[in-house]
Each structure stands twice: as structure tokens, then as C-alpha cells.
Design a binder for this molecule. Structure first.
Ligand code: PEP
Length: 272
């Protein structure tokens, strides 16, 4: 006999699982802002956050260009704002002109690093294997990873997007121990939605996030999957953030363009 569990029964359970995991809104500034603009934006966000009740499980992060990590980090002292890097190298130190290493980030007390962003994959040829090495390095130094995955438009159109994301996640993350995985946040960013103004619908985001959570449950277990924070990224803005974040498996956002202005970034944070 099949027992049908009603939605009204399931809702509180979904809520319990959601409150267990962190909710995050992270801004990826990419290669934008002068030094002075970066500080002004940081100060405006800090000011705006004074009116926001974040509570224990909500976090706000900005990821400025690496040149400004130190000054932005200093500006955020005693504020609710955290700072992350946009990338790092997989080696500790050495002759890698133009790169930054994880020990360097650690020496500035930077807690988060974005890895696997589609722009790193597309313009700098980063492979899943390379990204895996970077993931290992970041975790070895006790920093946290925001791991980006997501399919190109061509893959979405063939219908193979679930498999593609499975391949990205399993190559870069599934060798990690459960303890290591606790220091990873996943950002699903369909490439066709990044910087295009085309947002995935809340339903499209939810089905992929649920798929990712299911993959983690299969590889590890349901409890670990329930604790994983999964962000959506791709043309997220104040006008669509609430509907995206209302989905049970969407735990916040990785924000590009809309993170470059304090009012739009704060508008998204308010939807968290
Ligand atoms: C991003 O690049 O991570 C991103 C989500 O960009 P945008 O919000 O501009 O689409």
C-alpha cells in the first residue's frame, strides 16, 4: 500500500531543513570599480546592512577584484559584511605572474573564494580537473569555496543540462570528505542567464537545485545534502529575487551586475 504524504505535512519538514543551512547573498564584482568606487560601494552596503536583521544563518559577501581585497576587508571590520576572492591559483607560491595564492588570501583573513565561474572556464580555459585542484587547495587552508556550475545555452537546448552539472559537480567535489564538503557552497549559474538579462524561471532554478541536492544525497547522505547551501546566479535582481529565493532548494544568490550598486544589492539581500 502506498502512503500519500500530504503537502501540509511536508511543508514544516522542508522548513526545518532549510533553516538548518546558511542562506547567502554574494556579490561578484568581476573586473569592475576603481579603488575609490570599491570603497564607496563597500561603505554603502555596510550602511544599508545596519537596517537589516541577518540573524544567525544569513550571510552577505562581496567579492571585489583581488587588488582591493585588503582595503575592502579593512573597511568591513566590525560590520556584517564578509569578503571573498573571485579566484585563486592551485599552487602555494611561485613563478605564476599575475596570480594570487590561497596562503595570500589566508594572510588577509579572506574566508571565501569563488571557483569555477563560467567566465574563468570560458575565457581562461579552466577545466573541471584544474578547478578540482583549486578546491583542494582552498579547503586545505581552511577557507571556504563558492563552487560555480552551470550549462551553456547549447547544452540547455539539447536537454543534457542535468548530466552536465552532474559531471561538473562530481569531478570537482565528490572526492571530498563530508567534513570538507561543509566548507563548500554551490552556485548554480546557467551560463545563458549570466549577464544576459535572461533569468532562469524560479521553476527552472528549483529543478536544478533539487537535482544537485539529490546528487549530494546519493553520493553522501540526505543530512549532508540538506545542509548544503545552493545559490542561484544569473541576472538575479531585486524584481526577481523574491520569487527565486522562495523556492525550497534555492538558498540565496550569487549576484553579478546587480551587486555593483548598493541599492540593488541591498534590494536582493532584503529578499533572502
Ligand atoms: C555572475 O557572473 O556570477 C552573475 C550571476 O552575473 P549576473 O548577475 O550579472 O548575471
Amino acid at each position: 500500500m502506498q502512503i500519500k504524504v500530504s503537502d501540509t505535512f511536508l511543508q514544516p519538514l522542508i522548513k526545518i531543513n532549510r533553516t538548518m543551512r546558511a542562506k547567502i547573498v554574494a556579490g561578484n564584482w568581476k573586473m569592475n570599480k576603481t579603488a575609490q568606487e570599491a570603497l564607496t560601494l563597500t561603505q554603502e552596503i555596510i550602511e544599508g546592512l545596519k537596517n537589516v536583521e541577518l540573524g544567525a544563518n544569513k550571510q552577505v559577501i562581496v567579492c571585489p577584484p583581488s587588488l582591493y581585497l585588503s582595503s575592502v576587508k579593512n573597511t568591513t571590520e566590525n560590520s556584517k559584511l564578509q569578503v571573498g576572492a573571485q579566484n585563486c591559483h592551485q599552487n602555494d607560491f611561485g613563478a605564476y605572474t599575475g596570480e594570487i595564492s590561497v596562503p595570500m588570501l589566508q594572510s588577509l583573513d579572506i574566508p571565501y573564494v569563488i571557483l569555477g565561474h563560467s567566465e574563468r572556464r570560458t575565457y581562461f580555459g579552466e577545466t573541471d580537473e584544474q578547478i578540482k585542484e583549486k578546491v583542494d587547495k582552498v579547503l586545505a587552508y581552511d577557507l571556504k569555496v563558492i563552487y560555480c556550475c552551470g550549462e551553456l545555452l547549447a547544452v540547455r537546448e539539447t536537454g543534457a543540462y542535468f548530466d552536465l552539472v552532474k559531471q561538473q559537480i562530481s569531478t570537482a567535489l565528490f572526492h571530498l570528505t563530508p567534513t570538507q564538503l561543509q566548507n563548500v557552497v554551490i552556485a548554480y549559474e546557467p551560463v545563458w542567464a549570466i549577464g544576459t538579462g535572461v533569468t532562469a524561471s524560479p521553476e527552472q532554478a528549483e529543478e536544478m537545485h533539487a537535482h544537485i541536492r539529490h546528487l549530494i544525497a546519493e553520493q553522501y547522505n540526505q543530512e549532508i545534502a540538506d545542509q548544503m547551501t545552493i545559490l542561484y546566479g544569473g541576472s538575479c535582481k531585486p524584481s526577481n529575487a523574491a520569487s527565486l529565493f522562495s523556492k525550497p532548494n534555492v538558498d540565496g544568490g550569487l549576484i553579478g551586475g546587480a551587486a555593483l550598486k548598493a541599492d540593488s544589492f541591498l534590494g536582493i539581500i532584503a529578499c533572502m
